[in-house]
Structures are given as C-alpha cells and as structure tokens.
Design a protein around this ligand. Structure first.
Ligand code: SAM
Length: 255
C-alpha cells in the first residue's frame, strides 16, 4: 500500500495513543485553560453554567453541538464540554479514538454527550465516506481542529470539508502553531507526519475565507510559548507559539 500523509499520521498516532495523555499532561492542561479563557473570543452561543436545563440543553431549548476534528484523545472536547451539550470527535487513528471514548465513558458521559468516530474526511478520492455520512454528523454549531492542521496534506481542503459540517452561522476555529523554524522539526520523532511549519495570520485568514468561514475572522496568540515535552531535538522539550483563529460560516454559504 502507498504511504500517504494520512497513513503516516494514522500509524504514528496509533503508536502514541496509550501514552499521549500522560506524556503531554502539563501541555494539555495548559492548552485547555487557554481555550477556556478564550471562549468569548471564539464567540459561539455557549451553554452557560447557570442557564442549563436539567436535560443539559441550553436555556433557550437549543442544543450546542461541537465537532472536534482530529480530536486525538479529546483535548479540545474536554475544554468545551462545560459549554456544549454534545461533543463529537473524528480522528483517523483508531487508538486515539479508543482513548477519547474510554475517557468519556470513565467520566460517566453518555454516547450522546461525548463520543468519537474513526474516519478521514480529507481523502480527496473519498471525501464523503459512508461511515461519516449520517445526519447526526452534520449541522454542528461549532467545529474545531486542535493541533491537527500542521499534520494535514491540504489544510485548505480540510477547512472546507469541516466547514461543510457546520450549520449556517456556525463557528469554526483552529488552534495551531505560528510559523517556526523547522530545523529542530526534522529531528523530532513526529517530523514525518508534519506537513506545515506553522501558519501566518494571512495564511489562516485566506484558508478561512476560501472555506466560507471568514466572517468575523480573528486570530490571537495563546500565551508566550507552549512547551511540548520530549518532542524536540534528541527528545528534548520543544517550545512553540500557539494561536487560536476563529470565523463564522456565512449564512448563505453553500460550501
Ligand atoms: C497532535 S494530535 C492533536 C490531537 C488533539 N486534537 C489534541 O489537541 O491533543 C493530531 C491528531 O490529528 C489526527 N489526524 C491526522 N491526520 C488526520 C486526518 N486526515 N483526519 C483525521 N484526523 C487526523 C491524528 O491522528 C492525531 O490524533
């Protein structure tokens, strides 16, 4: 079988899944706090702690459904679970998906509240796989990619594919690295799965606009540098500047 960026990622993250949370615990906690602090910046219609009904729906009766693409073990889902009624993950790595679901189950969450599916929406030869075609995997209020875009062959195509899963007016956001030197990148052990060495604001704005989610585009740096243990040269720490960018799906967008 030909090796693709997708298959390299699937294999690498399958190997990483069982130790991912423990190895990156500090970074994951840091990023969850950063995302939660910026929930108003993301600007979706969240469930507020004090206006949730007993069944978990929003006080206005409408659910707040969140799609976490390239969800991994669920970093972004965990950050947003308090403000949404449903988190749905999709990831190409079956082992990352298994970790996501085991964690959700251990927390006593039902499948309707938090559940991930194995799959890939980024294969241009099969952009609408039947396993990810059911109606409940569309019309999300919010969709995000956390630290996934730099692993995608074509992040612009990815943004379009994920935006297509949003309802009109829904919010899309990504968390990723600002442009960085890739000298140490060639040495770290995930290097063969990395396709992009960070993204500039201009690049991300173009990506969002072309995907029909450029309305109200805004980008912010999160903290001064996020440390990833063991990901640098010779297993050392790797420090990256991380951004969060958001935009809304144009109501008339048919992308
Ligand atoms: C660095 S991890 C980030 C995981 C999680 N979002 C987080 O922030 O911890 C990148 C994830 O992207 C997933 N991934 C890579 N290519 C993908 C694709 N084409 N479709 C879905 N997931 C993909 C990997 O399996 C991996 O779980």
């Amino acid at each position: 079988m030909t090796e693709t960026t997708a298959s390299k990622n699937q294999q690498f993250f399958n190997e990483q899944a069982s130790s991912y949370d423990t190895r990156h615990q500090k970074t994951i906690d840091q990023l969850i706090a950063h995302i939660q602090k910026r929930k108003d910046f993301i600007g979706a219609r969240w469930v507020a702690d004090d206006d949730e009904n007993d069944d978990g729906s929003h006080a206005d009766g409408k659910p707040v459904r969140f799609l976490d693409y390239a969800c991994g073990t669920g970093l972004v889902s965990r950050a947003l679970a308090p403000y949404t009624t449903q988190c749905v993950g999709i990831d190409i790595s079956e082992n990352m998906v298994a970790s996501y679901n085991a964690r959700a189950q251990n927390q006593g969450l039902s499948k309707d509240e938090m559940h991930a599916y194995q799959g890939n929406l980024l294969n241009k030869e099969d952009p609408n796989p039947s396993s990810l075609s059911s109606a409940d995997l569309f019309n999300f209020d919010v969709a995000a990619v956390g630290l996934g875009a730099h692993h995608f062959e074509d992040p612009d195509f990815a943004a379009r594919q994920i935006a297509a899963r949003l309802r009109p007016g829904g919010v899309f956001f990504i968390v990723d690295f600002l442009p960085h030197d890739h000298v140490d990148g060639h040495a770290h052990k995930a290097a063969h799965t990395v396709t992009h060495h960070g993204f500039s604001e201009e690049r991300v704005r173009e990506m969002f606009t072309a995907a029909g989610v450029g309305k109200g585009f805004a980008m912010v740096e999160m903290g001064s540098g996020v440390v990833f243990a063991g990901m640098g040269k010779d297993g050392k720490e790797m420090e990256r500047r991380v951004f969060l960018a958001r935009g809304e799906k144009e109501s008339g967008s048919c992308l």
